[in-house]
Design a binder for this molecule. Structure first.
Ligand SMILES: [Zn+2]
Length: 83
């Protein structure tokens, strides 16, 4: 994937590339520019905190057991037939 030093320049660019702030394949200078952006931009700083919290929460979710998937599917189909 191509990396540009401008990938974290604007708020929109930072939001689009937020998952790449910690990506070791992105040059250190580019990641540093992203961190510099976070130092002066409260909105992006808040966004990145929310992003990281969401990612952490999703890592702790467990996939439902296959029988749970099946019962959910059966319940959904029954609900669709009624609707
Ligand atoms: Zn910003």
């Amino acid at each position: 994937m191509e990396h540009s030093p401008l990938m974290f320049f604007t708020c929109r660019d930072l939001a689009r590339n937020v998952e790449r702030l910690e990506d070791s394949t992105v040059p250190v200078l580019h990641r540093w520019l992203g961190r510099a952006h976070l130092l002066w931009c409260r909105n992006c700083s808040r966004f990145v905190k929310q992003y990281r919290t969401t990612v952490l929460a999703l890592k702790h979710l467990q996939a439902p057991a296959p029988e749970q998937n099946l019962s959910a599917l059966v319940a959904f189909r029954a609900w669709r037939r009624r609707a």
